[in-house]
Write a protein that binds this ligand. Structure first.
Ligand SMILES: Cc1cc2nc3c(=O)[nH]c(=O)nc-3n(C[C@H](O)[C@H](O)[C@H](O)COP(=O)(O)OP(=O)(O)OC[C@H]3O[C@@H](n4cnc5c(N)ncnc54)[C@H](O)[C@@H]3O)c2cc1C
Ligand SMILES: NC(=O)c1ccc[n+]([C@@H]2O[C@H](COP(=O)([O-])OP(=O)(O)OC[C@H]3O[C@@H](n4cnc5c(N)ncnc54)[C@H](OP(=O)(O)O)[C@@H]3O)[C@@H](O)[C@H]2O)c1
Length: 256
């Protein structure tokens, strides 16, 4: 296979820097052949110098709906990172390379029968994958209720409020949003990590919906330490990923 076949050359069409200038969303042109399942990610590539072939690649979840004409990615600037500070400095019209083969298992394929409730638990930019999943009408057909829990350090890291509010308008009580800043008080919500809330059985109370393995499916995305801890806590409560043909009620995606 030649390198030309592995990726397409695209262009930045929009960059939004969120309030704290540490987080940004980047929108690009989309090859008509690029297809993916909500929750999947692809690799973005940048060249060392403008005009060169890409030399550095990183994985990013698609934020946009599967049928959107563009691709959108939500990212954090890791101060000493090799890739994210460069990605944040791109301008409209700049070239970006996009791997043609999206991958990842944080998709609704894990839960073909759906259920009463779908819990989407994210820290930081782990939110990205869920934004695409929540824009898919199939998600709302499979589950009665959806609970989006977003753990961030500070209040101004609660991005995509407009989109999230639009789902509150559309879906009413079927959609519960729990924004959870840990280093600053916010509304009357507890200033606690997601894992602490699971451990103390508070998450279900906050949402007003049971978090039980019979009726709930859970997705975890973001910080690997959060994933490991949440996985253990949920495992003790009877949640498990699918294996050997058995359908599970837990799906996980690590970001680093
Ligand atoms: C499956 C997958 C999907 C991903 N999707 C996204 C996404 O949608 N948005 C996104 O911003 N990143 C995402 N990432 C992370 C991304 O690929 C890069 O690692 C990130 O952009 C930092 O790259 P870097 O070269 O600047 O630093 P790196 O050298 O890659 O990372 C340095 C350190 O930065 C921290 N770090 C890396 N990524 C993050 C992050 N997202 N949030 C907080 N701390 C981080 C970790 O401590 C890591 O060890 C994803 C990674 C994977 C594996
Ligand atoms: N300067 C530093 O000391 C330092 C340290 C780590 C990362 N960084 C950099 O700063 C950025 C941080 O990104 P970020 O804030 O989006 O990600 P993050 O550090 O993963 O924090 C996002 C949210 O996840 C929570 N969290 C972290 N570990 C957890 C765990 N084990 N269990 C449950 N929840 C957990 C955090 O809670 P808490 O607020 O309680 O942590 C916070 O609410 C990255 O660029 C990273 O490289 C800097």
């Amino acid at each position: 296979m030649t390198t030309e076949q592995r990726y397409t050359k695209e262009h930045v069409t929009h960059i939004k820097h969120w309030a704290n200038n540490k987080l940004f969303s980047i929108t690009t042109t989309r090859s008509p052949e690029f297809t993916f399942k909500p929750g999947q990610f692809t690799r973005l590539g940048l060249p060392e110098n403008a005009g060169d072939e890409p030399s550095i690649w990183r994985g990013f979840s698609m934020v946009n709906a599967v049928d959107a004409p563009h691709l959108e990615f939500y990212a954090v600037v890791v101060p000493d990172g090799q890739f994210s500070p460069r990605l944040a400095q791109l301008n409209v019209g700049d070239t970006i390379y996009i791997d043609k083969s999206p991958i990842g298992f944080l998709t609704l394929d894990n839960f073909p029968n759906g259920g009463k409730s779908l819990w989407l638990l994210a820290t930081g930019t782990g939110l990205s994958a869920y934004l695409s999943i929540l824009q898919d009408p199939k998600t709302w057909q499979l589950f009665d209720n959806i609970i989006l829990c977003h753990g961030v350090r500070f209040v101004d890291e609660l991005s995509y409020q407009e989109l999230i509010h639009s789902w509150q308008q559309t879906w009413g009580k079927r959609f519960v949003y729990l924004p959870l800043p840990t280093r600053e008080a916010y509304q009357d919500l507890p200033q606690q990590r997601l894992t602490t809330l699971i451990e103390q059985d508070q998450l279900a109370n906050l949402a007003g919906i049971n978090l039980d393995p019979q009726n709930s499916c859970v997705m975890l995305c973001g910080n690997p330490d959060m994933l490991a801890e949440a996985r253990k806590l949920l495992g003790d409560r009877g949640f498990a990923t699918g294996r050997r043909g058995n359908i599970g009620n837990l799906a996980v995606e690590k970001y680093w």
